[in-house]
Design a protein around this ligand. Sequence first.
Ligand code: HEM
Ligand SMILES: [Ca+2]
Length: 667
Amino acid sequence: MSGMITLYQYWHSYWLSTDIPVLAKSLLLNRNVKGTKPLQSYRSQLFVIFVIFSVLIITFVVSVINFWSDDDQYVQPLHAIIKSKDDFTMKNKEYFDRCAPIVSCDYNDKYRTSNGTCNNPNNPIWGSSNTPFIRLVDAHYSDGISKLRTSFDGKLLPSAREIQVKLFLNKQTRIPDKHNQLLMQWGQFMAHDVSNLAIDTNGEDCCTYKNETQISSACEATIEIPIDDPVYSKYNSTCMKFNRAMTSNNYNCPLQPLTFINDASHFIDGSQIYGSNDYVVSTLRSFTGGTLISVLENSQEFCPHSSFKSSDTNKYFYQSGDLRANWNLGIALFHNMFLRFHNFVAFKLKTVNALWSDEKLYQESRRFVGAIVQHITYTQFLPIILGENYTKDEVLSSNNKYDTTVNPSTSQEFSTGAFRVLHNIVPAQHRFIDSNSTTVKIVNVTDWMNFPYLLQQGSNYDHLLRGLLSTEGRMSQPSYNPLISNLMFYSNNSIGVDLLSYDIQRGRDTGLPPYNKMRELCGLPVAKSFSDLIDVLPTDDIYNLETLYSSVDDIDFIVGALLETPENDALVGNTSRCIIGDFFYRSRVGDRFFYDNEGQSGQFSKYQLEVLKSINLDHIICATSFVDNLQKNIFTKVDNGWYSSMKWSCSEKYMIDFKPWEEELYD
Ligand code: HEM
Ligand SMILES: [Ca+2]
């Protein structure tokens, strides 16, 4: 009875007379309120129970709402799917057990090594150059080891060129794109930072060897051209030369099934600018003032030259951290831009730290540039490629914590498959635009492959840069432009090759799993018949696929990925987005030196990070060219709305503050 009274008294006094702020204060301070009656202790306990009970109910209601509102069943936490499928620490185990070099590391060092070793304290080789790509799915070869995949019923797969002709070649759409050509160029620059698959060429022309009995293994995979090919039949050509990629066997590490080696450091660290090993790095450094070697022409800085095969001394290749710098004019421009930017940063750091040595200036500048390359990729580039929300929720999730269990290596599926889908935004032509906004020249991309010297003549560097900035990009679509689809690397002696045929054949060469396997990995339902592809592929493409492949399980990954309808605000479809997203997630969380990872030896100070985060590609363009005003959204041709015609001027908007790098001197 006394207990009843007590309870009644409690409720009565609680609702009618308790001073709630006083009670809350007592709970917070975990002590009794002065002058309370003996009932007070019960009151506090009941109040705690009441709070806990309420929290439980609210949590339950919120999780029920979340469960029902999760209508996008295919958007799953991709790294969770991929990570749970396999243990990344076991990837390429045989390589690591048998062939990996032994390295000694100083984990207090503030700077990355040139080849990427010593990043992960438990696995110091992870992500370093000359180590294998990782496979997210096991290799697919017809003999389980090295022979190109065949169809499930044992027949040969359709020829890569036949697929190009029947599915893609005539599907050119010219809808104006809101992005400019610079976006594409950043993509290629990024691809070359993280991926370099060496090709086993030896100068052989595989089609000449084709009919000989002793065919070299590098030439096993020449591409058959259909007799009625709309382009090559005019030249009576029935064979497209194709060399297989180098494998670990070429690096003195025989492994089965074939394992492919990345010559670039897998990390996003600007290795295409600096080189992926000590030798290349040292050939590019001037060893004064922390700068890279450059040549001057018309008061402009360019990459140093290496000799050209031609006797004409006015023609040359640029030397840089990546041999592919000369492939096309746009990539050559980017190599020059970043050479200039490195030297600009070195100069500025010297002005705030007059006593810094060449070594210190070089390393600090490289660290600065590497951070900016990451920052641009994650904040300006990826939101356009993968969509804003996907980038935020999937790629940039998990705060800024480095995770030693995450393997940062580039995946085979990313480099030979998903990221190549963006070859579909490579334009056929570039415009050269002068300072009066007049187009002074239009060039075909394929006319200048391996002829980068055009860039250095007159004001061509700035003209091409203006062209990339103000020409609309090729809209993402299920085809490559007709020039790279037929005439890539053409010369006086050869018609040229087809990039899409190469991409399809390279997938088979490197044992990529077929499209259906990649769907499964990324959480899409496995297609049991062609008609099941309707969830992400247009109907007429499904029909055409059925005429080419005998089973839905045969479709090449890049073929399915290229046909997928792009997701919401992304440029790529569901499976490409998943594989690209997976790589960029691991490349961030698995990189101890990632620019905004917290608690690591190479960490930037708070003020340095503030400056770095305020810099974007606009600042780099302003610091390195005569282009002096820029649109507000650097990868967009023009901004929309009434404000659109206005551009921001370099001198007002894009200054970089180097003060946070000034080291205090103590007497
Ligand atoms: C004018 C522009 C471009 C040209 C001429 C070009 C050409 C090529 C060629 C010839 C290959 C090697 C093909 C092979 O033998 O397997 C390649 C590989 C590749 N490309 Fe492109 N590409 C361009 C732009 C891009 C863009 C915009 C991206 C992505 C955003 C990209 C991503 C890749 C990737 C990831 C590889 C594999 C790299 C490796 O592992 O070695 N490329 N490209
Ligand atoms: Ca790299």
